[in-house]
Design a protein. Structure first.
Length: 138
């Protein structure tokens, strides 16, 4: 089994889509192993987006994710990372297919509702940033 991180970003929380997003993953068969509401501080956001440090959009990412509450979700399944990313859909709204989370609910590349880990290694790193070990089910 593989674990991955999903963040419902401030726009998803504001639009009251947390339940809809989580239910899609659960209906697909992913197991919820951790979840919490967090208002990330700048330090957490900078660690989370460290891979993008120095890029022109880095500041916008950090400002956006710290702009409101985020729901951090830990999910588990066979090939969880790939499955979650497929269900999220493409980052650009014009490329996000109907039936995906972004394809059904976004129109802006910046306000794209969700983050999902892009590899098993990054998932482990990100889960450790957002959850203590005792906050996750065995």
């Amino acid at each position: 089994m593989e674990r991955t991180l999903v963040l419902v970003k401030p726009d998803g929380v504001e639009r009251r889509l947390v339940g809809e997003i989580l239910s899609r993953f659960e209906r697909r068969g992913l197991r919820l192993v951790g979840m919490k509401l967090v208002h990330p501080d700048r330090a957490l956001a900078e660690r989370h987006y460290a891979v993008h440090a120095g890029k022109p959009f880095y500041g916008e990412l950090v400002n956006f994710i710290t702009g409101g509450p985020v729901v951090a979700i830990a999910l588990e399944a066979e090939d969880a990372v790939r499955l979650v990313r497929t269900m999220m859909g493409a980052l650009r709204p014009s490329e996000a297919l109907p039936g995906t989370i972004r394809g059904d609910y976004t129109t802006d590349v910046q306000r794209n509702l969700v983050h999902g880990s892009d590899s098993a290694d990054n998932a482990a790193t990100e889960l450790a940033l957002w959850f203590r070990p005792d906050e996750l089910l065995p």
